[in-house]
Design a binder for this molecule. Structure first.
Ligand SMILES: NC(=O)c1ccc[n+]([C@@H]2O[C@H](COP(=O)([O-])OP(=O)(O)OC[C@H]3O[C@@H](n4cnc5c(N)ncnc54)[C@H](O)[C@@H]3O)[C@@H](O)[C@H]2O)c1
Length: 383
């Protein structure tokens, strides 16, 4: 298949390009290289060193034979995006090109405004470009489990049957996002659903859990980034970085918050299943993409146990919660659709965590040099 990856320079995108190329797909891609600048703005670096994009592309050509047809392009530049899609003629467009950070969006008005414009306008621009230049292509759009929030009900995959005043309907399950970033993803979901009904586009909206894991190669040009700063480091990735530099792990609040998680390898497997099993014309389908539901304290304990195998003494210190979120709550999301397509979870989480620590230990000095960037400073409520 011809797969166009928007966000091909990111944590998931760079990994996905390699994973799909290895399976024989032809890869095109675009990225405005914004993530590199955001992490710099946070005063941090990727724990796993990464090279400039031109070096990445050279390595890609050498390892996979076919080049990655890459454009440095912002999705909000609609004219340029139209040309890119018209030329590449994708069978599948994977849309990863958004700002993925809740804390970044909660910093102040300019950051909230930027995240919403970047994500919502970028998605609209892509939907119109697909309508006009590749209307038969399948859109695989990355949403997040965070769109649902933590309702006191089980969470279905996108839609649920509801009875109200004696009438029944199948409706989108309510979204109760917890940051300006997560709300941008909610708006996207409604826009993608509407475009499918309006123009007959086909789309899979992936409500993804939090992803953890490194992707390292003997050719380090193929490494994907792994961030640990308070805005762009996800919980388990951050905890592993804290463990290797001897900083206490910092669960927020009581640490009893429950979330869905999956490894980077499992995320690649799931996205590939979605790509290779497209939605029908006009269909908008939603997949909840997660492997396990765990609490933040569970993650900390997993990292402590894995750290011990490497002789690391890992301390855990609860922090005042900078976020506004429920700490004791029901959480039971469905995730049957991907399993029905053949998703079989790969390595168990404790093994992945051990592999992460092994990959991160050689880079402990670069993490230690930015150790102060791990502590939370962005507060959801300022008073
Ligand atoms: N990593 C996770 O744990 C996770 C969990 C759930 C959902 N997601 C979603 O998956 C997607 C990818 O996440 P990631 O962790 O790889 O993030 P990432 O920031 O590493 O990747 C996104 C890439 O898109 C690029 N980009 C952003 N806005 C762009 C624009 N307007 N035009 C062109 N390029 C742009 C960035 O430069 C970056 O390289 C995001 O949509 C995110 O919301 C990620």
């Amino acid at each position: 298949m011809r797969v166009f990856i928007a966000g091909a320079d990111g944590y998931l995108g760079w990994t996905l390009a390699q994973h799909l190329a290895r399976k024989g797909h032809v890869i095109g891609g675009a990225d405005a290289l914004l993530r590199r600048g955001w992490v710099e703005e946070m005063g941090s670096v990727s724990a796993i060193p990464i090279v400039p994009v031109d070096e990445r592309l050279a390595a890609f050509g050498e390892h996979f034979g076919e080049p990655l047809r890459f454009l440095e392009l912002n999705l909000c530049d609609h004219a340029a995006l139209c040309v890119a899609l018209a030329e590449f003629q994708p069978d599948v467009v994977v849309h990863l090109a958004e700002c993925p950070s809740a804390p970044y969006s909660m910093m102040d008005f300019p950051h909230a405004d930027f995240v919403q414009r970047n994500n919502v306008s970028g998605t609209l621009s892509l939907l119109f470009a697909m309508r006009d230049h590749c209307p038969k292509a399948h859109l695989v759009k990355l949403g997040t489990m965070g769109e649902y929030g933590t309702p006191n009900l089980d969470i279905p995959e996108g839609f649920f049957e509801v009875e109200y005043r004696g009438r029944r309907d199948r409706l989108p399950f309510p979204r109760q996002a917890g940051s300006w970033y997560h709300w941008s993803k909610v708006f996207d979901s409604h826009h993608v659903d509407f475009a499918c009904r309006l123009w007959g586009l086909r789309a899979t909206d992936v409500m993804q859990g939090v992803v953890y894991g490194t992707w390292c190669d003997t050719d380090m040009r193929l490494n994907t980034r792994l961030d640990f700063d308070e805005a762009f480091g996800t919980a388990l990735n951050r905890f592993c970085c804290q463990a290797v530099i001897g900083q206490p792990l910092m669960p927020y609040g009581k640490g009893t918050q429950l979330r869905g998680f999956l490894s980077l390898a499992d995320s690649m497997q799931c996205l590939t299943l979605a790509i290779e099993n497209p939605a029908a014309a006009g269909e908008y389908r939603v997949f909840n993409q997660l492997r396990e539901v765990l609490s933040i304290n569970d993650l900390a304990q997993l990292v402590r146990a894995a750290g011990q195998d490497f002789g690391l003494a890992v301390e855990i210190k609860l922090q005042n919660n900078p976020r506004v979120e429920a700490e004791a709550h029901h959480y039971r999301p469905d995730s049957q659709h991907l399993r029905a397509l053949g998703f079989e979870p790969s390595l168990p989480i404790d093994e992945v965590v051990r592999n992460m620590i092994a990959d991160l230990l050689p880079h402990r000095d670069r993490i230690a040099d930015h150790a102060e960037r791990l502590a939370p400073t962005v507060r959801w409520r300022t008073s």
